[in-house]
Unconditional design. Structure first.
Length: 307
């Protein structure tokens, strides 16, 4: 009878290696890298205009910017061109990381959904001219009994549209939007789409406000999250009563920001941390100082979490 231990020794494998877990640098998970982005909602109350948004983000030291589709369209309607806006971004060293739009692509009504897809196509094409690669895709049009299987199939179609335009939809949930408010719903829609390009766009406030909590982030890996909206939630307002306007700088509320960043880091891939606030008290302040303060808060939290 062949002695298995002797055979292993003969081919140079120690039997102990079959028992002890094996670790190597190649097998270690790749930690995420972070870049920093300004969502223009953070300073929209000062109404500086789209060109000033870009100048402020650049001067404050951000790597990228998230613009709102409505602001882009208003700029173009004034007789400006996408080429002018793109050059302004490039001259100021900013990437257009994402854009915020509201096309009703998840509508239950077929005709409304088709209008939503047409709107999304038009917006994607504009963003492509600007050099953008992503667009937010919140569950606009979903009703209280949203069919997540139908939504997943619609998201698959939206991803196909994204590939054709070069601008990929980031599936977004809103914590106070009952039809589509939870991380679990978002993950199901992404799973039903069954597509390697599926991406979700989480947000500290929305995770908290919608009752998702933050432990679910530990279930995610790789590139499923490319953009993450950074903010914090106050501790003196009940969760169900909180609104967008109540958001505060990261680290100034009760959300476990350090744990969130560590979970994002463990996912691997590049992560864009985008400061998205709607706080009226910040809108009364100098927009450049608000932008600088927000960037410092994010970097301080990343340093505390992962060094």
């Amino acid at each position: 009878m062949i002695n298995r231990r002797n055979v292993l020794k003969a081919v140079g494998i120690s039997p102990a290696l079959l028992i002890a877990p094996q670790f190597s640098q190649a097998e270690a998970p790749h930690q995420s890298s972070f870049s920093y982005c300004l969502n223009t909602s953070t300073i929209r109350g000062q109404n500086p205009g789209i060109l000033k948004y870009i100048e402020i983000a650049s001067k404050a030291g951000y790597d990228g910017i998230e613009l709102w589709i409505g602001d882009i369209q208003a700029f173009l309607k004034e007789g400006n061109t996408a080429a002018k806006l793109r050059k302004h971004l490039e001259d100021h060293g900013l990437r257009l990381e994402n854009a915020i739009g509201f096309a009703p692509w998840m509508a239950e009504d077929e005709a409304t959904m088709r209008r939503g897809f047409a709107q999304m196509k038009e917006e994607m094409e504009i963003l492509a001219e600007l050099g953008g690669k992503r667009i937010a895709a919140p569950g606009i049009g979903a009703n209280a009994t949203v069919d997540l299987f139908r939504a997943g199939n619609a998201y698959k179609e939206l991803l196909n549209l994204g590939r054709s335009t070069g601008v990929m939809p980031q599936l977004e949930f809103w914590g106070a939007y009952e039809p589509f408010h939870h991380l679990g719903q978002t993950l199901m829609v992404a799973a039903v789409a069954n597509d390697p390009d599926a991406r979700i766009l989480p947000d500290v406030y929305h995770l908290f406000r919608g009752g998702s909590g933050f432990e679910g982030l530990k279930m995610l890996s790789g590139q499923l999250v490319e953009v993450f909206h950074m903010n914090d939630v106050p501790g003196d307002i009940p969760r169900e009563k909180q609104e967008d306007k109540d958001r505060v700088y990261p680290g100034e509320g009760i959300a476990p920001i350090k744990d969130i960043i560590q979970d994002l880091a463990k996912m691997g891939g590049n992560k864009v941390l985008s400061l998205e606030l709607f706080n009226p008290s910040y809108w009364k302040q100098d927009p450049l100082e608000v932008a600088k303060t927000g960037l410092k808060r994010m970097k301080d939290q990343v340093k505390a979490a992962v060094g």
